[in-house]
Design a protein around this ligand. Sequence first.
Ligand code: HEC
Length: 183
Amino acid sequence: MQPAPRVISLLLVLVAACIPDPVITGHPPDAGAPPPDAGQQPTGKTADELTREWSGCMSLDNFNLANMATAWGGLAASNGQACTSCHGSGLYGVYIDRDATGMFNAISTMKAFLLVYFAADVTNQKMIVNESLFQAAASGQGSFQGHPPFDAKNNAGMTALRSFYNVTLTRQQAKTCDPSRIP
Ligand code: HEC
């Protein structure tokens, strides 16, 4: 039995529509399995490999230089509730803490905490700042319904995060990273 041609072309349209959507955000995007056809480069890294490599490029010195713990630890939602009041020490999957060593260790050695702040962009073979997860949470919509609203684009935490990203990237490009911190 052959499917009608109309169905075939509709399927092609749907498949094509899925392709130009490479942005990976949010929770750990993979369950460990590399996509069978991860792209053009035969040596392309998986999301897991990109994440592990990135963890080794993070350093406590750069984390402090970027003011990460102070900025996130002092941040509050628009209703005045401190982020730490709900996310202190990693509650609800987000590690925000005034203690720099504690926060650094959490987000550099635990993949799930790291992937709140950064996301693997497998298509472009790099890590990116996970802007869209913060925007999603701040919007209070969808699965984040009821989340206290906050300005996800302009706040001290995101400023620190972008600066931490930049110094981490510089270290990666200089090829002076440590081995992965994720066990
Ligand atoms: C009243 C408690 C509360 C406060 C205050 C709060 N959050 Fe949340 N947040 C939550 C809960 C609960 C979730 C999990 C919601 C879910 O997954 O549906 C969450 C989820 C998130 C997520 C998504 C995590 C993920 O991986 O899905 C981010 C990012 C986030 N919060 C950031 C913040 C920031 C930044 C602040 C401060 C500006 C903040 N939150 C303040 C309760 C809170």
